[in-house]
Design a protein around this ligand. Structure first.
Ligand SMILES: [Zn+2]
Ligand SMILES: [Zn+2]
Length: 108
């Protein structure tokens, strides 16, 4: 299988390695981590890059957020501070705790 193109944290479209594609597929398969944690629902996610805009970003710091929880009115990008407070996340990196929890639950 040839590589596939991905949109990176900085918006640049780039060929990604097979291992990164596989990683992204795994994270997406978990669904929106907020819907899953708070509504017990599995919704189709977009991939959110954690700490986008800061100096600490990585293609391996990603989590699934549905359109509403990602860029919607009450979503992360509308107000990161309010979003983190509402969902009791001490820092944005705690989204990775939800990712890890659901990966453990799904055994992936
Ligand atoms: Zn959601
Ligand atoms: Zn995002």
């Amino acid at each position: 299988m040839p590589g596939a193109q991905i949109t990176m944290w900085n918006g640049v479209i780039k060929m990604a390695s097979k291992s990164l594609i596989k990683y992204r597929t795994t994270i997406a398969s978990l669904g929106c981590v907020i819907c899953r944690e708070y509504l017990n629902e599995h919704t189709e996610p977009q991939l959110h890059h954690i700490a986008q805009g800061s100096g600490l970003r990585s293609e391996y710091f990603i989590c699934g957020l549905c359109p509403e929880h990602h860029t919607g009115a009450g979503g992360f990008h509308s107000s990161p501070r309010n979003f983190l407070r509402l969902y009791k996340l001490p820092t944005e990196y705690h989204l990775l705790e939800l990712v890890n929890k659901f990966r453990a639950r799904d055994n992936i």
